[in-house]
Design a protein around this ligand. Structure first.
Ligand SMILES: [Zn+2]
Length: 309
C-alpha cells in the first residue's frame, strides 16, 4: 500500500487528544487508531508488536542475519491530533497536479493561499492532500505513521538488509505528554527519529525548553459611578500584565534560537480575567529567567494594587 493511502485511512479515525484529560491516553478514542496500527504491524510481519494500557504501540523488525552488530534505529510518530480544532469526521480533498493558486477548502469559506503560506509555491505540480476546512486534516502526525508503516512493509517485503529497527506510535503528543509513559528500555533503540512536521528533507536535532503559564486576575467590581480609586478591573490588569512582557519576544517577532512568550488565549471581564501563555527557549538559563520574569510582573502588579490580585 502507498503511504498516502494509509494516511487517508488513518485521518478518518478520530484521535483528538484532550488538554484536561487527566489520564494517558487523554482520550480513550486514541485506542481506536492504536488497535488498528497494532493489527496492521502484525499483518505486515513486524515482530513483538504490543499495545500498552496507556496506548503506546511498539514493534520491531529484527536485524537481517549478519547485521546484528549495527546499532538499533528507532522511528516514532504520534497518533493524536491537536485539540485546537476539530479532528472528527475528517473529509480530505485531493488536489492532483497543483497549479500554485489559492486552494478552496471545501465549502467552508476557508482558503489556503500562497500569499499566507509561501511554501505552497514550491509544491506546484505535486499532489496535495488538504482538509475540507471543517476539521484538521491530521497529517500531523498521521503522515508520519503512514511513512513509518510503509517503510516497514517495504523493508520486510523487499528483504532489504538492515540492523534492528524499532517502531513506536505514541498518544498525547499534542498536549505535551507523549513521552510521559514511553518505555525507553522496551523500545529497544538508543537512537531514533521522530517522523513529524516540517519540510521535506529537513532534520531537526535539537529541542527547546517548554512551559505553559496561566495568569489569573481577580478584580474588584464596584459601581462605575462610585469607583474612584477602588475598582480593580481584572481585564485591564490582564492587559497591563501582557504589556509588561518584552513586546518583540513573540513567535512573530523571533526566529532560530530566540525564545518567546506566546499568548495563546485570553478571556476576562471586570471581576475575573485569565491569560494563557506558552514559554519557549532553547537556552535553559534564559528559559528559567523567562519564568522568573512572569512571576516578577505578577509581584509588581500585586504590589501596585496593594493586595494579591
Ligand atoms: Zn506532530
Amino acid at each position: 500500500m502507498r503511504a498516502y493511502e494509509r494516511l487517508l485511512n488513518y485521518v478518518k479515525i478520530y484521535t483528538t487528544s484532550e488538554e484536561e484529560g487527566g489520564a494517558t491516553p487523554s482520550a480513550a478514542r486514541e485506542f481506536d487508531l492504536g488497535n488498528v496500527l497494532t493489527e496492521e504491524l502484525k499483518e505486515i510481519g513486524v515482530k513483538n508488536v504490543r499495545i500498552t494500557k496507556n496506548c503506546y504501540v511498539y514493534g520491531e523488525i529484527p536485524a537481517t542475519p549478519g547485521m546484528e552488530h549495527i546499532p538499533a534505529l528507532g522511528f516514532i510518530a504520534h497518533m493524536d491530533t491537536a485539540p485546537d480544532f476539530s479532528g472528527e469526521g475528517v473529509k480530505p480533498q485531493i488536489i492532483g497536479d497543483y497549479d500554485g493558486s489559492d486552494i478552496r477548502l471545501g465549502d467552508s469559506g476557508r482558503v489556503l493561499s500562497p500569499k499566507a503560506f509561501p511554501d505552497l509555491e514550491k509544491l506546484k505540480g505535486r499532489t496535495l492532500i488538504t482538509t475540507d476546512g471543517t476539521t484538521l486534516l491530521g497529517a500531523d502526525d498521521k503522515a508520519g505513521i503512514a511513512e513509518i508503516m510503509t517503510m516497514a512493509e517495504q523493508i520486510i517485503k523487499e528483504d532489504i538488509a538492515h540492523g534492528k529497527i524499532c517502531i513506536a506510535f505514541t498518544p498525547d503528543e499534542e498536549i505535551g505528554e507523549g513521552a510521559d509513559h514511553f518505555d525507553v528500555e522496551g523500545f529497544g533503540a538508543k537512537y531514533a527519529y521522530t517522523v513529524d512536521g516540517g519540510a521535506e528533507n529537513e532534520i531537526e536535532f535539537e529541542n527547546f525548553n517548554a512551559a505553559g503559564a496561566t495568569v489569573k486576575v481577580t478584580g474588584l467590581s464596584v459601581h462605575p459611578g462610585d469607583s474612584k480609586d477602588t475598582m480593580i478591573n481584572a481585564a485591564l490588569v490582564a492587559m497591563e500584565f501582557n504589556q509588561m512582557l518584552p513586546a518583540g519576544e513573540t513567535p512573530r517577532g523571533t526566529k532560530g534560537y530566540e525564545g518567546f512568550f506566546h499568548l495563546t488565549d485570553m478571556s476576562g471581564d471586570v471581576s475575573n480575567a485569565t491569560l494563557s501563555y506558552i514559554i519557549r527557549d532553547h537556552d535553559a538559563a534564559h528559559f528559567e529567567i523567562r519564568k522568573e520574569q512572569m512571576q516578577h510582573i505578577a509581584d509588581l502588579l500585586n504590589e501596585k494594587y496593594g493586595q494579591v490580585r
